[in-house]
Design a protein around this ligand. Structure first.
Ligand code: HEC
Length: 195
């Protein structure tokens, strides 16, 4: 009975945002790269990965450091306690493995009938067009996913050193990794304003 109680406690402590499924999928990916054998089976669409994993995780990493100027002066938000650093570490691991999930071949951009964000904006491509671009050269898409993974790895390194400046630098590298892939596949017509 005591054992039961302990294991229940352990279970209830695991959060729904646990990175375990991502890690499991990632190691399955390295175990097999032949689509005909048992191996990774993409279920979520790229859109769902963006909405459920990539976007919220990156947002939480970016939000971990900020400076707000108020009438009372500057308010610096940054991770301080071991628990805050630990939470950030989970995010960086999740994002890094999301790179592997994106690199798995055969994933649909969107499920049938789903509208992409900004679908009404002229410069954005429709899901079919994006799918064709990815399928024409899956390795190129995987390279953008790897850039995301590298940036997440930089965040992880900064977190492990508890180096806030490095975390900020990794945050902008991360932003560039998102933008590079989006500009190639999602809104290629969109021009970045020159400064
Ligand atoms: C390897 C390529 C790739 C990388 C890297 C990438 N994305 Fe995406 N993302 C896409 C594609 C393709 C779409 C367009 C399809 C869609 O809307 O889901 C997209 C769409 C999105 C959307 C809109 C989802 C919707 O509801 O339609 C959000 C939000 C998003 N990405 C956030 C991010 C953030 C934040 C990052 C970086 C931390 C990032 N993405 C990195 C490929 C990528």
């Amino acid at each position: 009975m005591a054992v039961m109680a302990i294991s229940l406690t352990a279970c209830s402590r695991s959060t729904p945002s646990s990175a375990a499924p991502a890690s499991a999928a990632a190691s399955a990916a390295s175990a097999s790269n032949n689509a005909n054998t048992a191996g990774p089976k993409p279920l979520a669409s790229i859109q769902e990965l963006m909405q459920s994993i990539v976007d919220p995780t990156a947002d939480a990493l970016w939000d971990s450091v900020s400076t707000t100027v108020t009438a009372q002066g500057e308010e610096d938000k940054r991770p301080r306690t071991p628990e805050e650093w630990r939470q950030l570490r989970h995010l960086a691991i999740t994002l890094s493995e999301a790179g592997n999930l994106l690199a798995i071949r055969g994933r649909n951009v969107a499920h049938a009938g789903q509208q992409l964000e900004d679908h009404h904006v002229d410069a954005t491509l429709k899901a079919d067009d994006i799918q064709r671009r990815i399928d024409a050269d899956p390795q190129a898409f995987a390279a953008f996913a790897l850039a995301l993974q590298v940036a997440a790895g930089e965040s992880l390194a900064a977190i492990d050193k508890q180096d806030v400046e490095a975390l900020i630098r990794a945050g902008s590298q991360l932003d560039q990794a998102c933008e590079a892939c989006h500009q190639r596949y999602w809104y290629p017509g969109d021009r970045v304003p020159t400064q």
